[in-house]
Ligand binder design. Structure first.
Ligand code: SF4
Length: 597
């Protein structure tokens, strides 16, 4: 017969607990606690409270801020989940100093952060600078499109929404008639004694509830149409509005069309600190750059860093989506040395000559016969296609964001309808071929100058760093912080939520790298070894670049299988991704060892 240890639930236990000791040195919660205690002042939040003479004392904004930021770092953003965490999780309890704020207090505080988040962000930026984590020499910009807390179903132009409301009203009338018929039938059956009184009450209630839902939907659209104005796009045309969150917009992403926001982050090269973050309801990245630069300038001024980290000394790299005449002008105005390539810069780069996706033939396969396939007829001012059909000029010249002026030539839809080359000639979904012919206006423009600049080896090397600077930041926020959608509604609140995520990213950097708020010493040989390895992997692309440049022409270079000779960026991406993965593994291990959540 086995013997088991006896137990007794009625016994008492004394558990000695010091809240501060739960915040282990070297962890995010430690950095968060000390930084907020030392650098954030309660006075910043004074205007949000009106309980000087009456009313009970409020929870300290510092406690709430710590709980919220730590929750974001663990993917806990719902106020009810944060409330529960403050009762159940020892780290949250320590950060909240044993207080138990309820969900409405937490949600209300996040809403009030709107006017204070810039001050908090700039203070953290200042700490990063004091700790030597900012270089200010190379900034990279990129955007992340995330779904909003709104459905695509509720989107449409005003005429589409009017139609939808009418359709719902018609449905309400039909359902009402159906409902009355069913009521009469029930009454007759009850009079005949075919069923007992009260029978079918459940069906009746369900019918009424569905009718009520339809009415509410129609009312919601009608009141939206009364209160709001139609949204205008960049060209003055009407764009789709959204009944649930009218600041969000429909945008194309790699995974299809979403109703969402475009979150931008400007990242510093040295340790991937986010210098500025903002969210907007515009799917086009190229419309964001000027506001990002203005916002960054403002934030640096707020942190009193404009002189120490001036934008005029910084290089700015951003992908092709930001390439436009207006953006390059904005960079010039801010004195930023920009590296923003156009869409075809890979096709001009000899290092990518062997890559299928950058070849002209590849584009043709996707349905884009280029101008080379068409013959111009100067007498008639038309183009002749490979099938001998004519494309005529359809519009007066118009200019685009890149400073070019274009003329548009189109074929007839009936000519293309049965053409055997149709699939190769016209992009999917098109009915006819359309050619945009540049007719000047580009010589000497900023875009032309940028094309010449980006084709130099030095500029390509600088642009190649972009991937290693900004992409790991988005990888961290999306994968580690589980950021897959915004939960707030409205541009301002979504902006606050995006800045909270970015703050957490910067605080994590401080927790790992800062002398004051980070780990005081490497505790074990494994820790020391892992630090050396992380540094080695992170700096590998930079170390390999001169070797790569030296050996490129030689077929004997032993690492050609590592794809050194084509793009540096491929090398950077793979090695930096490895570095990030390794960092995550080591950090996860150390956080667990330290007792983190
Ligand atoms: S699809 Fe139209 S434009 Fe293209 S080759 Fe055929 S007829 Fe000509």
């Amino acid at each position: 017969m086995p013997r088991f240890k006896p137990y007794d639930y009625r016994q008492g236990l004394m558990v000695p607990l010091t809240l501060e000791k739960q915040l282990v040195e070297g962890s995010l919660e430690y950095a968060l606690h000390h930084l907020i205690e030392e650098r954030i002042e309660e006075a910043w939040f004074e205007e949000l409270y009106a309980n000087d003479e009456v009313g009970r004392p409020a929870y300290s904004p510092k406690l709430l801020l710590k709980v919220i930021l730590f929750g974001y770092s663990r993917g806990i953003i719902g106020s009810r989940r944060l409330e529960r965490a403050c009762k159940e999780n020892i780290t949250f309890m320590a950060l909240a100093c044993g207080e138990r704020p309820d969900h409405s207090t937490i949600a209300g505080f996040v809403e009030k952060l709107e006017g204070r988040i810039a001050a908090i962000f700039s203070e953290v930026l200042l700490v990063c600078h004091e700790e030597g984590l900012l270089s200010g020499t190379h900034l990279s910009l990129d955007g992340l499109k995330l779904p909003a807390n709104a459905s695509r179903e509720w989107s449409g132009t005003f005429s589409e929404l009017r139609l939808k409301a009418e359709k719902l009203r018609r449905k309400v009338i039909e359902k009402l008639a159906e409902h009355r018929r069913a009521d009469r039938l029930d009454k007759k059956r009850a009079q005949r004694g075919a069923c007992k009184a009260g029978e079918g009450a459940r069906e009746k209630a369900a019918r009424q509830a569905s009718l009520q839902r339809l009415r509410q939907r129609a009312q919601r659209i009608e009141s939206f149409l009364k209160e709001e104005k139609a949204k205008e796009g960049a060209r003055g045309n009407e764009v789709q509005s959204n009944v649930t969150d009218n600041d969000s917009a429909k945008m194309q992403t790699g995974h299809g069309v979403i109703q969402g926001y475009n979150a931008q982050a400007l990242v510093d090269e040295r340790h991937q600190i986010i210098v500025h973050a903002m969210a907007s309801g515009t799917g086009q990245d190229h419309q964001q750059l000027a506001s990002v630069l203005a916002g960054a300038q403002e934030l640096l001024a707020l942190a009193a860093l404009s002189e120490e980290l001036p934008l005029t000394k910084a290089k700015l790299s951003a992908d092709c989506n930001y390439h436009s005449e207006a953006n390059l002008q904005a960079c010039e105005e801010h004195g930023v040395d920009a590296y923003i390539p156009d869409n075809h810069f890979r096709q001009r780069d000899a290092r990518f000559a062997s890559q299928e996706r950058h070849k002209f033939e590849h584009r043709e396969k996707k349905g884009a016969f280029g101008i080379e396939r068409f013959r111009y007829n100067p007498d008639k001012d038309t183009y002749t296609c490979p099938q001998g059909k004519e494309l005529t000029c359809q519009s007066a010249s118009h200019s685009t964001g890149d400073g070019h002026r274009y003329l548009r030539y189109r074929s007839k839809a009936r000519d293309c309808a049965r053409c055997p080359l149709r699939r190769a000639c016209i992009a999917r979904g098109g009915r006819r071929k359309s050619l945009a012919i540049a007719i000047g206006g580009a010589a000497g423009t900023r875009t032309a100058r940028m094309r010449a600049k980006i084709d130099t080896p030095e500029a390509r090397a600088i642009y190649g760093r972009r991937l290693a600077i900004v992409e790991p930041v988005f990888a961290n926020l999306r994968s580690n912080k589980r950021l897959d959608r915004f939960t707030y509604r409205g541009r301002v609140k979504v902006g606050v939520q995006w800045q909270l995520y970015c703050l957490v990213h910067n605080l994590e950097k401080l927790a790992h790298l800062s002398r004051k708020y980070g780990p005081k010493r490497v505790k074990s040989a494994f820790g020391r070894l892992s630090s050396v390895l992380i540094r080695l992997i992170t700096h590998l692309p930079r170390l390999l670049r001169p070797i790569c440049a030296f050996f490129r022409p030689s077929p004997l270079f032993p690492l050609t299988s590592f794809r050194l000779s084509p793009p540096h960026s491929t090398v950077s991406f793979s090695t930096v991704s490895l570095g990030v993965m390794f960092q995550n593994v080591v950090r996860t291990g150390s956080v667990r060892q330290a007792g983190g959540g």
